[in-house]
Design a protein around this ligand. Structure first.
Ligand code: UD1
Length: 420
């Protein structure tokens, strides 16, 4: 076990490179199951979740080769054990992404029950309902979900509520179906788009009629391909908040501003100066005291739930009152109690947080409860007076590549030390 120790109070300045997007890397890695030939993937972030997905593919029989130019070649033609084991699913719910491609390619899958998690019950009933409608026979016991289908059939399925991994699973499941599959009320996140673009460039026939409807015409096979994962808009957004919260000036390179539109809008509303170019976004908060902003999380193109905790940290020391409404997950406010330990003034009523800006946060001993909650604690620690200690930082390593290294290059003082 390790912890992060942050000495707060430094203004951040400088440039930081954005890594590849975890949430695009995961489904794209899972989709390699669909291929008969090896596939090379580049720009994968060095993250625990990515290594968990690689371990899962490997445990099923995929052969993984690390290439010299930081790419990975995956040959999933040798899968002989289509099972997602408990030890892997429990550490990463996105393991369920192998369900659709396993059924499409091998006609069966055995997946450990994902159960609830810290940010809510997070069922996978839409994934299962869609697969069942495609003809999969699904049985469950207390430990596993067993899926079987000789040939999945094309169908018309409407998601009751938008689901990112649900959309990805059903797209992958329908790649080889005879005929046309129509999926309505789909997620439009850029990471879903990256999966679609990758599959189309490999010979799939996936299109959208309107933004939220995805049409998949079945094909016989996918072709050998190379792909570079799109940049991580949530990581980029987090470093921009780091600039904002320290009244600093930070430029994030390697990210298209269009991926960050709802986030950039909020920074502007708060009074920060934003400059964008083809592949960078820069924030300058040196000259202004930012005004707190109201936020309501929504599926893309709305404000992302994955940036809610970071903006909560920012609002706690911005001028004025604000509300944050969490519409995507039912229990995504676990950072609130920890931010309050640091002097934040926040009260909760159901899915709404009411925040009154305070002049200062004070360093404290806090516990990370999930990935984005831990990012909000790091951000709060950057401005907290004195020293902040963050426990349970394995959560942050699931989603941020070298976070202390990148922040320290911008002028932060963060060390990682073992918990004895
Ligand atoms: C993905 C992202 C996660 C992000 C989330 C919302 C990945 C690997 N993870 O998670 O970072 O926070 O989208 O943008 O891409 N739901 C159901 N039944 C289902 C599926 C979902 O009720 O079968 C509910 C969920 O409980 C949640 C909402 O739908 O309330 C949205 O969840 P979903 O979009 O599926 O999240 P994930 O795909 O798990």
């Amino acid at each position: 076990m390790e912890r992060l120790i942050i000495k707060g109070g430094n203004q951040l300045h400088g440039e930081v490179e954005c890594s590849g997007a975890k949430n695009a890397g995961l489904p794209i890695l899972a989709s390699t199951i669909l291929f008969d030939d090896p596939v090379s993937i580049f720009n994968l972030p060095h993250l625990k979740d990515i290594s968990t997905m690689l371990e899962l593919l490997n445990s099923m029989g995929s052969v993984i080769r690390f290439e010299e130019d930081d790419g990975i070649e995956i040959d999933s033609s040798s899968i002989d054990n289509p099972e997602a084991r408990y030890e892997l699913v429990k550490t990463m719910r996105a393991s369920v992404l192998v369900m659709g491609p396993l059924l499409a390619k091998y006609g069966k899958a055995k997946i450990s029950q994902p159960g609830g998690c810290n940010i809510g019950t997070r069922p996978i009933d839409f994934h299962l309902a869609g697969l069942q409608q495609m003809g999969a026979n699904i049985t469950t016991d207390s430990k596993f979900i067993y899926l079987e289908a000789e040939n999945l059939k094309a169908t018309h399925f409407k998601f009751p509520k938008i689901s990112v991994t649900g959309t990805e699973n059903l797209i992958m499941a329908s790649i080889f179906c005879d005929g046309t599959t129509t999926l309505e009320n789909c997620a439009r996140e850029p990471e879903v788009e990256d999966l679609i673009n990758f599959l189309n460039s490999s010979g799939a026939k996936i299109s959208r009629t309107d933004d939220a409807t995805v049409i998949i015409e079945g094909v016989a096979a996918l072709n050998r391909n190379n792909w570079s994962i799109l940049p991580d808009r949530i990581e980029a957004g987090t470093y921009l908040v780091a600039g904002a919260i320290t009244n600093g000036h930070v430029k994030v390179n390697g990210i298209q501003p269009s991926l960050l539109e709802p986030i950039i809008e909020k920074f502007k509303e708060m009074g920060a100066f934003i400059n964008t170019g083809k592949d960078f976004v820069e924030i300058d908060a040196t000259l202004t005291d930012l005004k707190a902003c109201n936020i309501s999380t929504e599926p893309f193109p709305g404000f992302p739930t994955d940036m809610q905790a970071q903006f909560m940290a920012l609002n706690t020391i911005s001028k004025g009152e604000s509300t944050i409404v969490e519409n995507v997950f039912e229990n995504r406010f676990q950072h609130v109690v920890e931010l309050k330990k640091m002097g934040a003034d926040i009260s909760l009523n159901g899915s709404t947080a009411y925040i009154s800006g305070v002049a200062n946060l004070v360093g404290s001993s806090v516990i990370a409860s999930d990935l984005r909650a831990s990012a909000s604690l790091v951000l709060a620690g950057l401005v907290g007076k004195n020293r902040t200690e963050i426990e349970n930082i394995f959560h942050i390593d699931r989603g941020y590549e070298c976070i202390e290294e990148k922040l320290n290059k911008l002028g932060a003082e963060i060390i990682r030390e073992p918990v004895v």
